[in-house]
Write a protein that binds this ligand. Structure first.
Ligand code: RFL
Ligand code: PHB
Length: 391
């Protein structure tokens, strides 16, 4: 088989890239290790920046998001029992974010791909990438016991943090930057109305908590837990009890509890691989970088990587290599700013088991400064809604 771009991974990065390339008349095949049901069952992101919303419109998959997504103009920080609103729209000249689940977005992209008759190979096993150092790369995989090979012009590594593409790069050609945090987020999804119109990020002595949502009838909550915690040890009742202890009386009065639809623990990590291009192979999304979810940046970075990659590939087929040459540096500049923001939000809002008391007081003072200063709130808002593109 032959295609122009072989995309590994059918998460948001791979699916958005596939759609943008299709719109531009560039042929691509997607190889995905899992089943479509498994991909849709992963409950992850919920907050989209305006650039991601615009990109989904450009890809032609924005209609349900506009009908069912919830535009948010701000969020609350709950610190030591006191609420401070971050007025995103007021602080950024009218910018806002869209609350729309990654699951829904993935479903929209899958439906659009199926409607256009585009090829996605689900349950592609033993995917391997070859000869991306030259001009004739190829990808091999096994499907239903039979071996297949795809010849292509380019490989797009959209296969997430544990994927095969980054792992196939020679060690001396790649540099990894990493910080692992000593805690995770225990998340619970329930068919209950959200506790508040807007998200609440809470810092308490018992640890961080987040009240988020997927719709007016579906809520998503998180509590910080030690890395040693097992999800089996958390009954729904225990989760709700712990969440209550981290919220203010106003929230507790409104909190509606109910059975969980999903419950899982996600470890927190900051990670960047440099560069993001290796000859004819590009990394995009979680394959190249991970942010802790505190800043709601992961899916948004995935979207902006593939925005940049799709434009670079369109330029290539129109006769210029300038875009693919600039891809890595261009993405990394924006990625590092989102990494910095996500790390900073994580440091400010979580309880660290081993922070020295001086540093803890200094962090508390920084958070106090941020919420009480216009400059501080503006910094937080500007980063949260997403920084503009720079060349
Ligand atoms: P994904 O989604 O991991 O998809 C990669 C796909 O590649 C497949 N794959 C392979 N396929 C073939 N062969 C192989 N060898 C393969 N290895 C892997 C996988 O099966 C998978 O389908 O990466 P992608 O597309 O780059 O998308 C990234 C986003 O999923 C991620 O950044 C966000 O979910 C992060 N995130 C958030 N981002 C936001 O922008 N806003 C948020 O509010 C937000 N909240 C979150 C989050 C992530 C979370 N978790 C669980 C990590 C909240 C949480 C709790
Ligand atoms: C979510 O709704 O899952 C969510 C929202 C905001 C975050 C992280 C996760 O910062």
């Amino acid at each position: 088989m032959r295609t122009q771009v072989a995309i590994v991974g059918a998460g948001p990065s791979g699916l958005i890239l596939g759609q943008l390339l299709h719109k531009a008349g560039i042929d691509a095949v997607i190889l995905e290790a899992q089943t479509p049901e498994y991909v849709l069952g992963r409950i992850r992101a919920g907050v989209l920046e305006q650039v991601a919303v615009d990109l989904l419109d450009e890809a032609g998959v924005g209609s349900r998001m506009h009908a069912e997504g919830l535009p948010h103009d701000g969020f609350d920080l709950l610190i030591g029992g006191v609420r401070h609103r971050i007025d995103l729209a007021g602080l950024t000249g009218g910018k806002r974010v869209m609350v729309y689940g990654q699951t829904e977005l993935t479903r929209d992209l899958m439906d659009a791909r199926a409607a256009a008759g585009l090829k996605t190979v689900y349950e592609a096993k033993d995917v391997s990438v070859h000869d991306f150092g030259g001009t004739r790369p190829h990808v091999r995989y096994v499907k239903d016991g039979a071996a297949h090979e795809i010849d292509c012009d380019f490989i797009a590594g959209c296969d997430g943090f544990h994927g095969v593409c980054r792992a196939s790069v020679p060690k001396n050609a790649i540099a990894n930057f990493e910080r692992v945090y000593p805690f995770g987020w225990l998340g619970l999804l329930s068919e209950t109305p959200p506790v508040s119109e807007e998200l609440i990020y809470a810092k308490t002595e018992r640890g961080f908590a987040l009240c988020s949502m997927r719709s007016h009838t579906r809520s998503r909550y998180y509590v910080q837990v030690p890395l040693t915690e097992k999800v089996e040890n958390w009954s729904d009742a225990k989760f709700w009890d712990e969440l209550r202890r981290r919220l203010d009386p106003q929230a507790n009065e409104r909190l509606v509890t109910g059975p969980s639809i999903e419950k899982s623990i996600a470890p927190l990590r900051s990670f960047v691989a440099e560069p993001m291009r290796f000859g004819r192979m590009f990394l995009a999304g979680d394959a190249a970088h991970i942010v802790p979810p505190t800043g709601a940046k992961g899916l948004n970075l995935a979207a902006t990587d593939v925005r940049c990659l799709s434009r670079a590939l369109i330029e290539f087929y129109a006769g210029s290599e300038a875009g693919i040459d600039r891809y890595s540096a261009r993405c990394l500049r924006r990625i590092w700013k989102a990494e910095r923001f996500s790390w900073w939000m994580t440091m400010l809002l979580h309880t660290f088991p081993d922070t020295n008391p001086f540093e803890q007081r200094a962090l508390d003072a920084e958070l106090d400064y941020v919420v009480h200063s216009l400059a501080g709130r503006t910094t937080m808002a500007e980063n949260y809604v997403g920084l503009p593109f720079e060349d």
